[in-house]
Design a protein around this ligand. Structure first.
Ligand SMILES: Nc1ncnc2c1ncn2[C@@H]1O[C@H](COP(=O)(O)OP(=O)(O)OP(=O)(O)O)[C@@H](O)[C@H]1O
Length: 237
């Protein structure tokens, strides 16, 4: 059984159809990429997976649970790093991680997490004083502190310089290697190519292609995933 299964998901905001019959599955242990044009319905889909929005149609199973009816159970087993996570500027890094750890029945060891994310030297720093890369590492720590089976990372490396981005990629690979399944929402094709075992390409509320980066390149007759993406999403431009 897949770890996550979405079938025929639909969601509209008033008259605007944001998600229009989306289906995909994520297998245990993979890094699955959700790629798509702006406004394609990625965030809405993720919010439905987390039980933050109630779908208008279709079914969702995450770890065998229904996000709407089993939201509390799901929240304990899924770690989330959402776009632009904001914390109070004066909260110190260790305090933030300890606070989030207190929400979970079986949290990770805070010191182990600080070491793993290379945050030990910043443990006493205020969140507001950190660099963009350091803030991202804290947000990944917060996504992992509950020892999740699934980590959802949304626009993880937006705003990071190429060094910090590569460092973050190594961290995400480490998360996968530790046995956590990862769903990664990204606009960066190089990131998807490097990290993702499989991806789904969203366009205008639909999934227009699913497969490994190699399969997508071959299907589009393209030499890079970037070219494949442009070709797969061209029809709605
Ligand atoms: N709360 C809302 N109310 C009304 N419309 C919304 C709302 N949230 C999203 N939308 C619309 O739904 C569509 C899908 O938005 P969504 O944020 O899911 O896309 P996305 O793929 O995450 O986009 P991006 O890559 O730009 O973050 C867009 O047309 C957006 O304008």
């Amino acid at each position: 059984m897949p770890l996550l299964e979405v079938t025929g998901l639909r969601k509209r905001y008033g008259a605007r159809v944001a998600v229009d019959g989306v289906s995909f599955t994520v297998e245990r242990g993979e890094i699955f990429g959700v790629l798509g044009t702006n406004g394609a319905g990625k965030t809405t889909t993720v919010e439905c997976l987390l039980g933050l929005r109630r779908p208008d149609g279709g079914t969702i199973s995450v770890l065998g649970l229904d996000p709407v009816t089993d939201r509390a159970a799901l929240t304990r087993r899924v770690g989330v790093q959402l776009q632009e996570s904001r914390l109070p500027a004066k909260l110190r890094v260790r305090e933030a991680i300890e606070l989030f750890a207190s929400f979970y029945p079986d949290p990770a060891d805070v010191d182990v997490l600080l070491d793993r994310l290379d945050l030990r030297a910043h443990a006493r720093s205020a969140f507001g004083k950190l660099s963009g890369g350091q803030k991202q590492r804290v947000s990944i720590a917060l996504a992992l502190v509950g020892n999740p089976e699934l980590a959802i990372l949304d626009e993880l490396t937006t705003g990071l310089d190429p060094h910090a981005r590569r460092e973050t990629w190594r961290l995400v690979e480490g998360v996968r290697d530790a046995g956590v399944t990862v769903l990664l929402v990204t606009h960066f094709m190089a990131e998807a190519e490097r990290l993702c075992d499989r991806v789904a390409v969203f366009d205008a509320g639909r999934v227009v292609a699913t497969g490994t980066p190699d399969e997508l390149r071959a299907a589009a007759g393209a030499s890079t995933l970037d070219d494949a993406f442009v070709s797969l999403t061209r029809s709605t431009r």
